[in-house]
Design a protein around this ligand. Structure first.
Ligand SMILES: Cc1ncc(COP(=O)(O)O)c(C=O)c1O
Length: 416
């Protein structure tokens, strides 16, 4: 993955110890130990995150930025400390480039409404890929409606890889923005971001990267990637829901108008004229998700403690094992067989709807996601209504893969 090598080469994961960090993994489901293979939808939280949020709520909560009293200052320090933690994690140049959002979806909508909408005109083009999550499709369709600009889609091949030559062909001086996933949530494909960004920049387009599925698996360096915008959600990287990050290059953010008005994003307000706050507060109207930011910071500490390299190597091993085992099962079709993949295995079982399959697996305690994975165009491309998707995280083990396999064999018996 296009990523910064971890500063320290990390030791292999001790999965038993990692699992002990996640209390929910002790849950029984339908009388079976939980086998959680749905981390691409939302990862579970380690004690470190649960306790950091609990500690904040118990000892430090007040509203941020506006108070002189001790608790407000403690909350502000925790919140702004979390911003600095994110800055270091993604290697942004400044905390002014780190905007807290509700998640990836809001990050993309912010760029769509505050960057694209005021600038784009009929004749301008936005280029995305055919493997995007709806969150990286619909906001651009809305901008096209609003401005008269045009959405272009770079195709994928049957392995689920972006057709690079087609992508290059679709880039032109009309391309104002490229919106691209770092890792596909439905297929697991890792995109060759450095090449894609370089080509987009050569045509003068800015690039927004949807990093929702990359952030738990690689140490992302937004400056090395030369991303203009990079967005992700905390809950995919072992943090809380309802909080995420939009990174934007300072010069771009500086030139953008605010997208929501309210408290915190202003310097002065009168009925005649309002002046806006500096970055990043200009884009953070209203009381933010303070405990969420604290939890996110704890989550980033946690993954760096394990080592991103070690996590990625462990997940790659599980993905290899699961891919080989499932490919050998009669009736299973793997959807998404890109040469470069991360932590996601989508598949169908012949003659069985994915939801029925998911229900059988659930009865065995195995949690996988079934459906279109908010990527309906991907399902259409592969000619399936839905897939089952197993996704791997630092706490999964080879016995989870074995449990998946056993449950799939059981499903094949049930459906004859
Ligand atoms: C690739 C991708 N983009 C965007 C999103 C949306 O993330 P959120 O719902 O946290 O805003 C997801 C969530 O599954 C995703 O996988």
């Amino acid at each position: 993955m296009s990523a910064r090598p971890a500063a320290v080469r990390s030791a292999p994961l001790d999965v038993a110890r990692v699992r002990a960090d996640f209390p929910i993994l002790a849950t029984q489901v339908h009388g079976h130990p939980l086998v959680y293979l749905d981390s691409a939808a939302s990862a579970q939280r380690p004690w470190a995150v649960i306790r950091a949020v609990d500690d904040y709520e118990t000892h430090a909560h007040a509203n941020v930025h506006r108070g002189v009293h001790a608790l407000s200052q403690a909350a502000t320090a925790a919140f702004e400390g979390a911003r600095e933690r994110v800055r270091r994690f993604i290697n942004a140049a400044s905390v002014r480039e780190v905007i807290f959002t509700r998640g990836t979806t809001e990050g993309i909508n912010l760029v769509a409404q505050a960057y694209a909408r005021p600038r784009f005109r009929p004749g301008d083009e936005i280029l995305i890929s055919a493997l995007e999550h709806h969150a990286n499709i619909v906001p651009w369709q809305m901008v096209c409606e609003q401005t008269g600009c045009t959405l272009k889609v770079a195709p994928i091949n049957r392995r689920g890889e972006l057709e690079y030559e087609e992508y290059l062909r679709l880039l032109s001086p009309r391309t104002r923005l490229v919106g691209i996933a770092h890792v596909s949530n439905a297929l697991g494909t890792v995109l060759p971001l450095a090449r894609l960004i370089e080509a987009a920049h050569a045509h003068g387009a800015v690039v927004l990267v949807d990093g929702a599925q990359a952030i738990p698996h690689a140490q992302v360096d937004v400056r090395a990637l030369q991303a203009d915008f990079y967005t992700f959600s905390a809950h995919k990287v072992y943090g809380p829901t309802g909080i995420g990050v939009l990174y934007g290059r300072e010069a771009l953010l500086e030139a953008m108008p605010p997208w929501q008005g309210g408290g915190d994003m202003i310097l002065t307000v009168s009925f005649e004229k309002t002046t806006f706050n500096e970055l990043p507060y200009k884009f953070e109207a209203g009381t933010p998700n303070i405990s969420g930011a604290v939890g996110l910071a704890a989550a980033l500490d946690y993954v760096e403690g394990l080592g991103l390299e070690a996590i990625a190597a462990h997940e790659a091993q599980l993905l290899r094992l699961a891919t080989a085992e499932l490919a050998a099962l009669p009736g299973i079709e793997l959807i998404g067989t890109a040469a470069h993949k991360a932590a996601v295995l989508s598949f169908t079982l012949q003659g069985v709807h994915a939801h029925d399959l998911g229900t059988i697996l659930d009865a065995e305690g195995v949690a996988v996601r079934t459906g279109h994975h908010c990527a309906m165009p991907v399902m259409t491309f592969f000619g399936v209504p839905a897939t089952a998707r197993a996704s791997f995280a630092c706490y999964n083990s080879e016995s989870d893969v074995a449990a998946l396999l056993a449950a799939l064999k059981r499903a094949r018996e049930v459906f004859g």
